[in-house]
Design a binder for this molecule. Structure first.
Ligand SMILES: [Zn+2]
Length: 280
């Protein structure tokens, strides 16, 4: 979840039990607050934050600053050298990036001039990538969960309730050893300073998360939910925050994972340690 920090209850904090009860319950019971500032001054940003999350390298320290948006050549090189997907592949595990790209194939994606951290990582393991065909067949999710944002462009792809999207993600999670779903609407609305919109986005995500947690429980799967930096928890400010971020680990590996993280740079090592501990 992009742009989700931890902050005590406040009038401008939409992350509360009335708006998103499941998320709040998970934060209360299965969360370790971790650092996203990575030893640098200023507001943490997505490019270095996410690159740190998925490589285990403190990329803000490597770059000497927090870098926003899309990673440049130096940061891309760090991601391409090694990342979570490559480490999982090295262990002969299957990986899926559940967010569908609105492209017909990997080549079209590779041609894009601006690529996010997760896109750069996914392109190092092209078999992880989901395309428009996968979305048509319910083998992938739309980044907004309900698909409402693509209705004009793809009227043939029906809008679905968040619970249905959770079913789709759960089906992938059962099929693959590791499945990633990236949700960035929380950061988008965090920048808007529109409290009502923030609540609407969190309500959709919470219905999705509630169903997902129920399915994962029944199948004894582990869910890990974390962020790259704070934002939405302070709606009176347009910028990212320096608040701690949640590292939620729920399920069989929950305690193991939480005990191994203090900052964003511990996320990938902790995931790999959990996988190496018994392969499940
Ligand atoms: Zn942002």
């Amino acid at each position: 979840m992009d742009g989700l920090g931890l902050r005590p209850p406040a009038a401008d904090n939409p992350v509360n039990a009335e708006v998103c009860p499941t998320l709040c319950k998970l934060i209360e019971r299965h969360c370790k607050p971790i650092d996203a500032c990575l030893g640098l001054e200023g507001a943490p940003q997505s490019a270095t934050g996410q690159a740190t999350m998925f490589t285990g390298v403190n990329c803000a320290a490597a770059m000497g600053k927090h870098c926003e948006g899309f990673p440049g050549p130096a940061l891309r090189a760090i991601i391409e050298k090694n990342n979570l997907f490559l480490e999982l592949k090295r262990r002969s595990l299957s990986v899926k990036f559940a967010d569908a790209y609105l492209v017909d194939g990997v080549d079209e994606l590779a041609m894009r001039r601006f690529k996010s951290v997760t896109t750069v990582m996914a392109l190092t393991s092209p078999e992880t990538i989901s395309t428009i065909d996968d979305l048509f067949e319910d083998r992938a999710l739309m980044q907004d969960i309900t698909r409402e944002t693509i209705q004009e462009r793809y009227p043939d792809i029906p809008v679905i309730p968040p619970q249905r999207a959770a079913e789709h993600l759960f089906a992938l999670a059962r099929k693959f050893d590791f499945t990633l779903f990236e949700f960035f609407q929380t950061d988008v609305v965090g920048h808007s300073m529109d409290y009502a919109r923030a609540c609407a986005v969190l309500r959709v995500y919470d219905r999705f998360l509630s169903a997902l947690a129920m399915y994962a429980d029944a199948a004894q799967l582990t869910i890990v939910l974390t962020s790259d930096h704070g934002n939405i928890e302070e709606m009176l400010s347009r910028s990212h925050t320096r608040n701690a971020i949640p590292f939620i680990a729920y399920g069989p590996k929950g305690e193991f994972l939480r005990s191994r993280v203090e900052s964003l740079s511990d996320v990938t090592p902790a995931l790999l340690a959990a996988i190496d501990s018994n392969g499940s």
